[in-house]
Design a protein around this ligand. Sequence first.
Ligand code: ATP
Ligand code: MG
Length: 426
Amino acid sequence: MATIQALRGTKDIFAPEIAYWQQVEAVVRDCLGRAMYQEIRTPIFEQTNLFERGIGEATDVVSKEMYSFTDRGDRPITLRPEGTAGAVRAYIERKLFAQGGTQRLWYTGPMFRYERPQAGRQRQFHQVGVEVLGSADPRADVEVIAIATEILQKLGLKNLTLQLNSVGNGGDRQNYREALVNYLRPFKADLDADSQDRLERNPMRILDSKDQKTQEIAQNAPSILDYLGDASKRHFDQVQASLTALGIDYTLNPCLVRGLDYYTHTAFEIQSSDLGAQATVCGGGRYDGLVAELGGPETPAVGWAIGLERLVILLQQLSAVPPQNLDFYLVSKGEKAEQNAVILAHKLRFAGFSVELDLSGSAFGKQFKRADRSGAIACLVLGEEEAENQQVQLKWLQTKAQETLAQADLLGNIDQWRTKIQQIRS
Ligand code: ATP
Ligand code: MG
């Protein structure tokens, strides 16, 4: 019978790769927890019109990439292609705005886009994202950027650049759009087909076209930064001054735009030079118009999303060996020893150690080989003699040094053993 395979653009994630995912998730949880962001878990599917309105029908995501279907009750449904629309829908539906002040939310989970799969680009992929709702303060923009850089830094990632721009407010953009279209019109025939299409409808999106000829033309286009009004300029100056004060380097990139009306002020991307064509690990910005667009009260907001597949690729490049967390590999042979081993493993785990118990019943030699491969810090050995005397042999796998201990010593001085293990691991 033909075997069934995972769908194109999807994959199973398991050991050893899963260790990198867990590392990313732990760092994300830690950084966002300390900044007092609340996790929000929204449904993986939503009404299709949420995304049409929340992302925009003219975008690639909505026009070409959505997984949409009608369910058995004839409802138009879409697997979420990103997390912001669902988070904002929940914020409005649950009236979180009624609490006043600033709401800081974060989410993580799978997203779905019908794209051509390649390294760092899948049809089911994963994001972590933040949304800060209810603050128009440039310090909110800076906070989210700083948290993104903190996460990437804590993961040990290098060769990252932050690209920064401001798209101003609606009024600024109206003036800019006119200047941009006037500049681009004479080049119309040289633009790629999508960009020609966008010239009158959504000209700012032409600036981030991936087509080389279009990019060359865009290089000399007027800059949005020259069209910012006083308030927008002040906002952007404050963002830049704070980033500088925090020691966060950035490059201004006036071609970094998002064409939709509810995007305002700060736009940014963090890119890695180690990822080839799929270089962007984090994209975000301010979207002061989105909450109202989706039927809520006027609410300023700023956020970002990080693509986790791309982080995992970078972590794998950094260290070929996934992070390990096994403290003890426990081997035993003989009836009494094997019974004792079950109990010792249970007690050590209860005390907070990680323990893998060898259940093979094979000769000690084979069990030792598995201990060596397990990545454990130490191997615990129980033979009939040790079991008889309530002792255990402890073999440090790095130095091969060996000692015989009372089991009570191991279980009675937990902090001391934990410190020792931590020292070896770090
Ligand atoms: P790209 O230009 O790479 O298609 P995007 O502008 O569509 O990116 P966003 O919608 O801003 O991306 O999503 C934020 C991040 O999510 C991206 O920077 C990327 O890291 C990740 N991402 C987006 N689409 C995919 C995908 N199909 N597979 C894996 N990661 C993705
Ligand atoms: Mg995309």
